[in-house]
Design a protein around this ligand. Sequence first.
Ligand SMILES: [Zn+2]
Length: 139
Amino acid sequence: MSGFVSRTALLFWRALRLRCPNCGQGKPFVSWFRMRARCPVCGLAFERGEEGYQVGSYMFNIIAAELIFAAIFLAAVIATWPTPPWTLLEVGGITLMIIIPFLFFPFSKLLFLAFDLAFRPAAHEELGPPGGNAPATRR
Ligand SMILES: [Zn+2]
């Protein structure tokens, strides 16, 4: 069990550093929004070929955005109580809800992958030839 916990922590740590969660070496993103098809070091296919895989990472992104927004909103209300600037909070809140998913995009993809790898470690067949040829299409 402790092996699972430390392995999972390592996977998440690699994801937060925007490295391939599987090997910790490869850089999965060619730009903020463009992910390679495979890890250039270990060859792991980043889309693990399942229906709904994208949906999972988008859900992860939306939930994270909501939580970050809720934390900032609450902190702002508490800090300015008893006269919170409601209009500013409303406008700022909407702005954050739009910006956070973009800022968080590569992290959400890799954190979701790390989460998935924790429960389903990469099989030998998934580790294709490193290099990853062309980057994955923009989605
Ligand atoms: Zn890798």
